[in-house]
Write a protein that binds this ligand. Structure first.
Ligand code: PMP
Length: 411
């Protein structure tokens, strides 16, 4: 019998079966499943409290406010940040929009990005200024010469992605930041949505000005994004939303903002999800062991190894496991409809993987030439599940490829 990863029993969703078949959840880059302590923290808030925060003096409200603020402290500590440097928003996308719009740049402000950016780290900057993107090489590693050349134009902002959600490449951010600091005084904004679930990041060491990520990609509930910002940088930002919860005083002539970070948290937040996020961080920290690191490397090796040895499959990203997470984007033959393969993998084999442009269309179109199939593993996955995915893919392709070659429609 196959020995499964011991933490799997903490994830009730892994018990799902479709038509008597167990599932392999391999879409973790989109969002991860939630362990029981996270589900319990959310449920407990609803069962024992349910009040709004920061608005009342009654006991339930004070208790909810304390739990909410305690979660902010847990998240801040995880990053090596102070609690007032952590703004709680809805997701990475909102955090990045807050920075891009909040810096209030002139329309021609020069911004340097990188071609492997997710749309959420691209479109806000394209709207805010004049965005130029550093190229990546055939394996998705940033073209350092081109990056340096772009820096010579003295950008106002450098918007980097720590880890690509298409190639799985983890960029050498500390080195890139050092180059930026030496070249200009740009504000450095890091999208850490894909790196933080897999690697501990210390914002002091990385020396970035802003960093954004989503709790739902690291075992937490949906509806919580985190924006880390250095105090001096947060002080420069104009809030994206104004209204209740972010002001100390309002009269007919004006208003006085609350202090940072509350200035950026207008309206009722996702209280239960934020309380659940603290449980997610604690769970993740408990998994930060040498055994788990070794396990992550084995998952990565199985994903990459399976792709590079397979005819009819092209791996988008480096053919090795150095500086990458356990994620593989695969390009199939041009005639094979990738979405249909993803559906069949799910319906016939219980393998949940993603297909499409991964919200990084310039990169996927440029390097893959069309949609990809993305397989992404997390701490509860087993190597056997990845092997099972490749076997299923082989079986499917053995009949799909000949049909697709004739130009006939599948299904
Ligand atoms: N950046 C990257 C690298 C991502 O992978 C994602 C999620 N796919 C996002 C940003 C956006 O995250 P969210 O949908 O939680 O805003």
């Amino acid at each position: 019998m196959t020995v499964r990863h011991p933490c799997r029993s903490d994830f009730p969703a892994l018990l799902r079966e479709f038509d008597g078949q167990t599932i392999s959840y391999l879409d973790n880059a989109a969002t991860t499943l939630k362990p029981r302590p996270v589900i319990q923290a959310v449920t407990e808030y609803y069962e024992t409290n349910g009040a709004n925060i920061h608005r009342g003096k009654h006991r339930l409200s004070e208790e909810a406010s304390d739990a909410y603020e305690a979660a902010r402290v847990v998240i801040a500590r995880h990053l090596g940040a102070a609690a007032n440097e952590v703004v709680l928003v809805r997701n990475t996308t909102e955090a990045l929009n807050l920075v891009a719009a909040g810096l209030d740049l002139p329309p021609d402000a020069y911004v340097v990005g990188c071609l492997d950016a997710h749309h959420s780290q691209m479109l806000p900057w394209r709207r805010a200024g004049r965005l130029e993107m550093a190229r990546v090489d055939a394996h998705g590693r940033i073209d350092r010469e081109h990056f340096r050349a772009l820096l010579r134009g003295r950008p106002r902002v450098v918007a980097l992605t720590h880890c690509s959600n298409v190639t799985g490449v983890v960029h050498p951010v500390a080195e890139l930041v050092a180059e930026v600091r030496a070249a200009c005084d740009a504000v450095i904004v890091l999208d850490a949505a894909q790196s933080l679930p897999h690697r501990r990041v210390d914002v002091q060491e990385l020396d970035v000005d802003f960093m954004a990520f989503s709790m739902h990609k690291m075992l937490g509930p949906t509806g919580v994004g985190v924006l880390f910002g250095r105090s001096a940088q947060l002080a420069r930002l104009r809030p994206l939303s104004v209204g209740g919860g972010m002001v100390d005083w309002v009269d007919l002539d004006g208003s006085v903002d609350r202090r940072i970070p509350y200035t950026f948290e207008a309206g009722t937040p996702a209280i239960a999800s934020i309380i659940g996020s603290a449980a997610a961080v604690r769970y993740l920290e408990a998994q930060d062991t040498p055994q788990q690191h070794q396990h992550a490397e084995e998952l990565c090796a199985a994903l990459v190894g399976g792709a590079v040895t397979r005819p009819g499959v092209r791996l988008i990203g480096p053919p090795d496991t150095t500086d990458r997470i356990a994620l593989a984007s695969l390009r199939l033959d041009d005639r094979i409809p990738t979405g249909e393969v993803a559906r069949l993998l799910s319906d016939s084999y219980g393998c949940m993987v993603r297909s499409g442009h991964m919200c990084a269309q310039p990169l996927v179109s440029g390097t893959a030439g069309g949609e990809v199939l993305r397989v992404s593993a997390y701490l509860y996955n087993d190597v056997a599940e990845i092997e099972g995915f490749y076997q299923a893919l082989d079986e499917l392709l053995s009949w799909i490829a000949p049909v697709a070659a004739t130009g006939e429609k599948l299904s």
